[in-house]
Design a binder for this molecule. Structure first.
Ligand SMILES: [Zn+2]
Length: 456
């Protein structure tokens, strides 16, 4: 096969560690076809302008929520919580049309690329119109998500969400939830309808159960027994203390305990948040093989709590990061807050380093890359032959980045700068961000601005 392009990388974080002076060959399918170490330069290679690291997979996104980022920060009359935020989110949903969903998702995905992500897992539950009215095509909003990912140039794992109830025990959905709900059979048909569309675009298809609140164990078993996606299975669990109390009142068990007791949780699964766990639950979740889907900035924004990350890693648990409600859109902000939450709770430093002398940034970056890739259903991750060419070029002209080497590059990026240190981003072998700007930034911004005005 002819090579699409070759890159000369003065410093690069390969799957087996940092290397200097490496030529990466990328084939016409956007995959890495060759890695040559040690040449002094190649006349035919494009020289990248800073250290190269793999792009992360963002394992949890509700794209439409980007439209309300920053608009739920005014104190209400009652005590504000996740649950009052959720009412504001339902009001937004009632006004969004398919065109709006696509435009907002396209803008978000372009921002995620600029933040250092090359792939996104969309946990998609906004299936229907206001009041639950069905679109002519039941896959309408899912197809808009696929289109947005294609326009932005980000890799996609699409997870249509099964959602049926307002609370534990199969209570009826409320008015605000009607755009989300399905019975089991129409949901399975939606998955079947989407399989060829995802395959045609090179997107992965999996599924999600919204939460133990939103689906009964019987419905969950029926969906899992019949679905044929072969992709990952995600679920929100134990995000809020009230959810723990409600689950105990309903079942006598805590949410993570219930999930692990009743469902076939293994390395195909991703438990989103899993914030509130006992030490026993933490150990069991780690050993189940499931990935913990952590969204530190959203969890902080919503006042959820702090995930027991140090203990979870101690038990051998796998995690990845997501931006969830998208109040932030960057790899650096999520990983930084993940570590800082542990420090604030424990009043100690460097909680998530793999051992004495290890870099916190490198430990978290590697763990999130591996866990995020698994939760996205990707067969390869990291910069290696056969992997998709999803690369981040950090800014070699930035004083912090240009003077650092090895793991210090990651620590400077994650703890001392942020997305401004991201210079170029390649997804599936295509440059989608150059010099900090998305390839379609102006058109995407114009459309997004119009939607914000319309929804205001
Ligand atoms: Zn979520």
């Amino acid at each position: 096969m002819t090579m699409l392009r070759t890159l000369f990388c003065p410093q690069i974080l390969l799957a087996d560690g940092w290397a200097a002076n490496v030529v990466i060959a990328i084939d016409g399918h956007g995959r890495i076809a060759g890695i040559e170490r040690g040449p002094t330069g190649s006349a035919h290679a494009e020289i990248v302008r800073g250290p190269v690291v793999p792009a992360q997979a963002n394992l949890h996104s509700h794209a439409f929520q980007r439209a309300m980022a920053g608009l739920a920060e005014q104190a209400g009359a009652t005590e504000d919580s996740f649950w009052t935020w959720r009412e504001a989110m339902y009001r937004l949903v009632a006004r969004m049309r398919p065109d709006d969903i696509e435009i907002v998702a396209t803008k978000l995905y372009s921002e995620l690329l600029k933040g250092g992500f090359g792939h996104v897992v969309e946990f998609h539950y906004l299936h229907h119109a206001d009041g639950g009215r069905r679109y002519d095509d039941g896959a309408e909003t899912s197809l808009r998500i696929l289109k947005a990912a294609e326009t932005a140039g980000i890799g996609l794992t699409h997870l249509p969400v099964f959602y049926a109830h307002a609370g534990f025990g199969g209570t009826a959905p409320n008015q605000g939830q009607l755009p989300f709900v399905h019975d089991v059979d129409p949901f399975l048909k939606l998955l079947e309808r989407l399989a060829p569309a995802c395959a045609a675009q090179g997107a992965r298809l999996g599924l999600a159960i919204h939460s133990l609140r939103a689906a009964t164990p019987e419905e969950m078993r029926a969906v899992l027994a019949a679905e044929r996606t072969g992709g990952p299975v995600h679920i929100h669990v134990a995000e809020q203390e009230r959810e723990v109390e409600d689950c105990l009142a309903w079942s006598g068990r805590r949410p993570v305990e219930f999930l692990l007791d009743e469902m076939p949780v293994d390395d195909r699964w991703c438990a989103i948040h899993a914030t509130h766990m006992t030490p026993q639950e933490t150990a069991r979740l780690a050993r189940s093989g499931a990935v913990a889907g952590l969204c530190p900035v959203t969890e902080a924004n919503l006042g959820d709590g702090i995930f027991p990350a140090a203990d979870f890693l101690g038990f051998g648990g796998a995690f990845g990061i997501g931006t969830d409600s998208h109040v932030a859109t960057s790899v650096a902000e999520e990983l930084r807050l993940l570590e800082y939450g542990q420090r604030l709770r424990d009043r100690r430093r460097n909680r998530l380093a793999s051992g004495s002398g290890a870099s916190v940034g490198r430990t978290m970056f590697d763990a999130a890359l591996s866990g995020g890739g698994r939760a996205a259903g990707l067969d390869t991750h990291g910069i290696s032959v056969g992997a998709r060419a999803d690369l981040v070029v950090l800014d070699g002209d930035h004083p912090f980045i240009g003077t650092a080497s090895g793991d210090q590059i990651l620590d400077r990026w994650l703890f001392a700068t942020g997305s401004d240190a991201v210079r170029d981003v390649m997804a599936s072998g295509q440059w989608v961000v150059r010099d900090g700007r998305h390839r379609d930034e102006e058109a995407i911004d114009r459309a997004f601005r119009d939607v914000l005005v319309k929804l205001a």
